[in-house]
Write a protein that binds this ligand. Sequence first.
Ligand SMILES: Nc1ncnc2c1ncn2[C@@H]1O[C@H](COP(=O)(O)OP(=O)(O)OP(=O)(O)O)[C@@H](O)[C@H]1O
Ligand SMILES: [Mg+2]
Length: 609
Amino acid sequence: MAERRVRVLWSSAAFAARLAWLSDRRAVLHVISVQVLLAGAMAGGLVVMQKVFGSVLAHGPAAAGRSPVLVPVVIALLVTGAAAGALRLSGTARMAVLTVKVDRLAARMVLEAAAAAELPRFEEPDFHDRLQRAVFAARRQPATAVILLVTAFQAALTVLAVGGAFLVMAWWLFPLVVFGALPAIRAAGDERSAHHDLHHELSENRRLREYLERLLTGRGEAREIRALDLAGVLTGRWQDLYAREIRDTEALVRVHARRRMAAQASGMAVTCVAVGALWWMASRHLLSAPLAGAAVAGVWLLSVRLNTFAGMLSGIGDSLLRLTDLKTFAAPAPAPGTPGTATALVPQQKPVRGDGFGSLRAERLCYTYPGADIPAVREVSLELGPGQVVALVGVNGSGKTTLAHLLAGLYPPDSGRLLHDGAAITDLTAHRERTAVVFQDFTRYKLPALDNIAFGRPHATADLRRVREAARRAGALDFLQELPEDLHTPLGKEFAGGADLSGGQWQRLALARAFYRDAPLVILDEPTAALDAQAEEQLFTSLRQLFTSRTVVLISHRLRSVRHADRIYVLRAGRVIEQGSHDALLRKGGHYATLFRTQASPYQDTSAP
Ligand SMILES: Nc1ncnc2c1ncn2[C@@H]1O[C@H](COP(=O)(O)OP(=O)(O)OP(=O)(O)O)[C@@H](O)[C@H]1O
Ligand SMILES: [Mg+2]
């Protein structure tokens, strides 16, 4: 177990070093050179100190001023001190920029890995957990790890330098002092590992707590939470979750504090033994007095450094272990030669695939959500001819949205296949490029309306004329033009000068985004749920003109709205149970006919097809 941790620690340290190297290799070389020079100066200082002691003792304290070595030594110390100060400053300056670059690279890796993940992965709790931990780890942890790594390197160099100086004084001091410090280093490492394990154990707890925080502070939720007077209950749960974290942390700290104190005491005892031995040897003339003096200084310097190193190891261990979360989630860092310049996030100019969609056929599609027992879509086959409008209907939970996601290429089916013009679709990314979807729970981008619409074609430069046209077709242009800054007004009260829209207005923006995408296959999942009756009627009656020569999949609960579709598929429990035109399905007198009559009965006078 401990061995595995040490291995993880080393591989994370190597990862942190690689991050730094890829971010700014010149800065890394600069910082390393500075540390090596400073350590060299320290080793030299100890040897010089021994010479000064010798000289002072040889000439007597009163005549020390006339010592031939004293003046050059003092001058050399002053010059070295000034040079070391300048070196340290230049190293700190380079480190400040290096850490920002390292953070950028780490964050970029997480963003790229998250963006590259296929949609079903977001349904897996484990993926979500790992993503959240990686996001957490990417936030300042990599920079901290690099800073600590440099400090550890500096400590290691100091140990080497002092150890080197000991070689010319009393070699046996080195293993003695290092041996004395080992328990403290080990205890610090164990404590860090325990903290890391606890962090993992509490990740579910923390996720729930953060969700409650979002509920309690979110603008969208504020209304309902007040209406239900829910804040007290939610805060209570939040307190309970925090209490558990504090309790577990306290228990862990208590155990490890005791261990670390015992380890430090044993280290101090070993240092005392070393100093005592030097004293004894000097009094018996086994060691010259100057040598013993310099050696005591060296022992003190070394034990202080080793103790600092042990203390720091907690920090290093923590940051490095957190870095494993980042390392295991994100793809390996980019190949050397592409330091810090995001390329994958720079949009490529990929056009949405143009006209001539042809036909789309689904053959026996099946899909079960990760972690679910029952399939959401079972053995569904359907056919969409060029330019056709096909409707999916069914009660809540019958699988319409899931099927729409499969048709859009967002989920790969567990079995079955999609065919485009008779050829099996294997490249879902390419299929998504020729598809526009208005989701049932579409995203409200808190950005200007212009972005909300132009995101329909994110890889092309926004064409303002076409954006306006898309807004007009979705019935959004009038209210957008009344905003303080027209299409450029930020849509989010969180931003200066920001405006907000009504639910129906947001839905029109989502529709405008689909119009702007201008893809040959259009999937509309409850596109009018938030629209007023008049707007809904208008959209459905003009659907064919609005999406001329586009193939449309339409999902709606209002069966009056789908009656003009070329073909209607009725779903129940993930299966297609009926299909045909509105008239044919009514004649059949099955599930659809019952649903339609139930909906139509209050409006019998207007429900005629
Ligand atoms: N992310 C998910 N993870 C697990 N199960 C899911 C998920 N989304 C939907 N389901 C389940 O899959 C089934 C089909 O859901 P789907 O959203 O496709 O239904 P729907 O017909 O669109 O319903 P509605 O009319 O309410 O929009 C339901 O039983 C639902 O509980
Ligand atoms: Mg749905």
